[in-house]
Design a protein around this ligand. Sequence first.
Ligand code: UD1
Length: 361
Amino acid sequence: MKIINVVGARPNFMKVAPIQRVMEHRHLDVKLVHTGQHYDERMSKLFFIDLQMPQPDVYLNVGSGSHAVQTAKVMVEFEKVLEAEQPDLVLVVGDVNSTIACSLVASKMSIKVAHVEAGLRSFDREMPEEINRILTDSISDYLFVTEQSGIDNLKKEGISPDKIFFVGHVMIDSLVYFLEKAKESDILQKNGLQPHEYALITLHRPSNVDVKENFEKILSAFEQIESDLPIVFPIHPRSRKMIEQFGLSSRVEKMKNLRLMEPQGYLDFMNMMQQARLVMTDSGGIQEETTYLQIPCLTIRENTERPVTVEQGTNILVGTDTNRIVSEARKILAGNGRKGRIPDLWDGKAAERIVDILTRA
Ligand code: UD1
């Protein structure tokens, strides 16, 4: 069986790394294709190094663009790869534009599609990722699910149960695999941070950073929280661009206890997350990583496609209301954060299960 694994954007790398490793270890005929959706050294190359991933066999170099332009460019280039390689299976992860683009091309060429992280639903179609998730799931042959809600959602959408496999979470595989190595990072010392005495922030969702009013409400919350403890903010290129565009730079610079930094690599970021007193984010994966690490997480969104993190983990949805963000942060700082439990099958062995299933036939 000939397999193509696809990566495109930052949140894909730590999910494909363990699958690629298991496939290579079992001497499967596998190639890695990078679409180039993310291309900056700090959004891509650093992750290949930290995650010990092989160089991609094919790099499509699509870069940034509107949704249509980016998705279409991936499709045009990926079709050429499939024509040349004639694989039996294309494996995609997550919910980025590269995910839907590559699964659509493969499916129309009658090549089997495996979607890892299937079934997640925010029920918010304003989110580009939600559209990518629904469409990718509807044309996939293997749907690998991370939590019970994924199984429930897929069944409700009429997906045949024999295509659905609850396998746990490959992103947690990477976390488990690299946890000890991440502890060796000196990122805290380099930035003068004390363990458990800072809040870590990430922010990049278009609904938060592309809408000035929302971005300002969130910044107001940070202005209050930074009087309680230092905040570190590794900033996504999209958010940096929007701060400048909205004329918010001087407001951010005035926050003396908030430190902006470049996007961090996998190991340094893990280290910062592990030792944070509190994480505030609008990322999908970080809600899950903090649940695994039992670090309190406030999610700056109205909904989540990962409800297990709220039901069982450390995650609280706070939306973009300034007072809500501040009051929940202060509860955590007062020692009232939840520890939660680690969800079922988040045990570091998801990639093994996936490869077992794919090679069973
Ligand atoms: C994408 C994903 C999102 C994921 C996020 C993680 C989609 C629809 N969105 O959003 O689900 O959570 O990645 O980062 O696929 N840019 C750079 N350098 C890069 C990449 C992007 O400067 O290496 C800038 C460009 O100005 C670009 C903007 O960031 O226009 C947005 O990049 P894009 O890939 O369109 O979406 P993300 O916001 O990164």
